[in-house]
Design a binder for this molecule. Structure first.
Ligand code: GLU
Length: 358
């Protein structure tokens, strides 16, 4: 897939990072939000559906509460996000109203997308908002989510939302131009295209140094891995540029374009691959690894070398090689304890229909 095909985009998810929504003094930067809102409104006028995934709640809350540092105590952080989220929404609502566009706040926890019914519900709500001409503005429900419930970061959340709908394109707007080679050194260069996220590409990403933001480039690459596997193109670009969305959708060179892998994952497999926090893992021998990966087989008892964790029948588990490297995920047909007894014979532990090669 090349950039020219982005002209066909009819539904896109735009992720807006804290760094482009708030100023150095941790206040919402109205001028900056205004120009981003204008870009989204222009895409809406061109007939495209746009879903925003917005960070900035913690950042805006810090400004409102006069905090210089991101709180470390969980309830302080949640309080800060709750204050900031309402400020953020009132800014969006006012700025989109100037373009006659209503907005909706959609706050999600990981749990909401993990369970099948709630997953479908969240999807239906977003689609219904789009049908009504509303711009949904999604964030994590920071006020109630704690470690086990967390998405981790909003790059991942944005990729999940793109995958949930599904969308035709994910655009991650941040403070840098894309994935940059020689970042902070002589001759920096933004990579125009990434086809495979390998070790060399990962080396280019460092964590975040910002006081308000969470993810950094590593998180963006993780999100890009998900969208690529799902068959959705993704672009990382600078949210400070006034024509960035129009350029990306016009197929022009802007930021870094991550090409999707061929073969879109269907709904059931998308859920298995990305929407769960697996409770355990099955390490498999080389024969089983090749049978799953190259031949599309189911996982049978003799191939399982180790069973870790405490999962129940029906749970999603990681499937790893003998080095513990995860290469697949699937739904276990047995409890961990049953697998550990090693008495199962001739039956699939993970059926190929419930298994995804990552
Ligand atoms: N949900 C957090 C916020 O709104 C942001 C998390 C992230 O940026 O990754 O502040």
């Amino acid at each position: 897939m090349d950039r020219a095909s982005l002209k066909e985009t009819s539904r896109l998810v735009v992720k807006l990072g804290t760094g482009i929504l708030t100023s150095r003094s941790k206040q919402i930067d109205p001028g900056q939000v205004e120009q981003l809102v204008a870009q989204v409104a222009a895409q809406r006028s061109a007939g495209r559906e746009v879903i925003i995934v917005s960070s900035g709640a913690v950042g805006a809350g810090m400004g409102a509460l006069g905090l210089a540092k991101r709180p470390t105590d969980l309830s302080d952080l949640q309080a800060c996000a709750a204050v900031g989220q309402s400020r953020l929404m009132s800014t969006y609502s006012e700025l989109f109203a100037r373009h006659d566009l209503p907005v909706a706040q959609v706050l999600l926890t990981h749990d909401d997308l993990e369970h099948r019914d709630r997953h479908l519900n969240a999807r239906n709500t977003l689609v219904s908002l789009l049908d009504k001409g509303v711009v949904p503005i999604v964030n994590e429900n920071d006020a109630v989510s704690y470690t086990e419930l967390k998405f981790g970061d909003n790059d991942w959340l944005a990729a999940l939302v793109a995958c949930l709908l599904p969308a035709d394109l994910l655009v991650v707007l941040t403070t840098v131009d894309g994935l940059v080679e020689n970042f902070g050194k002589k001759n920096p260069r933004t990579l125009p295209v990434v086809e495979t996220i390998d070790a060399n590409i990962r080396k280019l990403a460092g964590g975040t140094l910002s006081a308000t933001a969470v993810g950094g480039m590593e998180a963006k690459l993780r999100a890009a891995g998900m969208t690529a596997r799902t068959g959705i193109p993704m672009v990382i670009a600078s949210g400070k540029k006034k024509r960035v969305l129009a350029n990306i959708i016009g197929g022009r060179d802007e930021g870094t374009f991550f090409t999707p892998r061929p073969g879109r994952l269907k709904g059931h497999k998308r859920r298995i691959a990305f929407f769960h926090h697996p409770k355990g893992s099955l390490w498999v021998d080389n024969g089983a690894r090749d049978a799953l990966r190259e031949k599309g087989k189911s996982l049978l008892p003799p191939g399982v070398a180790r069973c870790n964790g405490d999962f129940a029948k029906g749970d999603v588990v990681r499937i790893c090689d003998l080095n513990g490297t995860e290469f697949s995920r699937g739904i276990s047909r047995f409890d961990a304890d049953e697998i550990r007894t090693r008495t199962l014979k001739g039956i699939e532990i993970v059926h190929r229909n419930d298994l995804v090669i990552l």
